[in-house]
Design a protein around this ligand. Structure first.
Ligand code: GRF
Length: 226
């Protein structure tokens, strides 16, 4: 995905929901969110992008669009016995400082601990490049190919203690083609990710997501459930 230059005539803030995006890498999902906000498809604003990688492309994308970013260096935490929790306490401080309502993991290559999960229960989403519960964890597209599935896809879910296990908000499917490599399949899935994540955020912004156990019910705009 291209990095689009900031359009100064279009403020990124078009709504009240304050997003905190946690990203470690390429940031194409962050870009999709920025684009959706700037075009008015998603009524929210990105209050802060937090990264554990100083040089992440995601950080560059944020800056180009005038979005605040914070690099939280994991190194000072590395020698602590509870290094993951301590790091997440640092992340939580930043999220609170920026008054974040909804946290979005977008290619965030760190396992989040209960420190964050409990503070943002049903208010933290992740996007994963498989049709969960199939193929959680790393290299999901490669796992799908090796298993031989004919349909793959992506999932947006709320974050719970189990990795990629939380209640499913939205899913999108793509076909697996005979000549697919993990890269070609990942590219086809990514196109869907870029539509799915903004859609999930907008549903949240409209107050239409209701978690009942493992199920996320999506209310229609007239407050019923579809
Ligand atoms: C995406 O495939 C996402 O599903 C997974 O990590 C990747 C992040 O890509 N969690 P990007 O950094 O958003 O481009």
């Amino acid at each position: 995905m291209d990095i689009h230059p900031l359009n100064m005539s279009e403020p990124i803030s078009t709504g009240k929901l304050r997003l905190g995006v946690l990203a470690s890498g390429r940031g194409s999902n962050l870009q999709a969110l920025i684009d959706a906000i700037e075009s008015g498809t998603v009524r929210a604003r990105i209050a802060v992008v937090i990264s554990n990688k100083k040089e992440a492309l995601a950080v560059e994308r944020a800056r180009i669009h005038g979005v605040t970013d914070v690099f939280l260096d994991p190194k000072p935490y590395a020698s602590m016995t509870d290094k993951r929790e301590a790091y997440d306490r640092g992340v939580l401080d930043i999220l609170r400082k920026y008054d974040v309502d909804l946290v979005l993991l977008a290619g965030y290559m760190k396992i989040v601990t209960p420190v964050l999960i409990e503070a943002y229960r049903n208010r933290m989403m992740n996007i994963h490049p498989s049709l969960l519960p199939s193929f959680p964890g790393l290299d999901a597209q490669k796992q799908a190919l090796e298993w031989g599935v004919k349909v793959a896809g992506c999932t947006v879910h709320f974050v719970t203690e189990g990795v990629d296990e939380g209640p499913i908000i939205l899913q999108a499917a793509v076909p697996v083609l005979e000549r697919d490599s993990p890269e070609t399949l990942a590219a086809r899935i990514l196109v869907e990710e870029h539509k799915l994540y903004p859609r999930a955020v907008q549903l949240y912004a409209e107050g239409r997501l209701h978690v009942e156990g493992r199920r996320v019910r999506i209310a229609d705009s007239a407050a019923g459930c579809v």
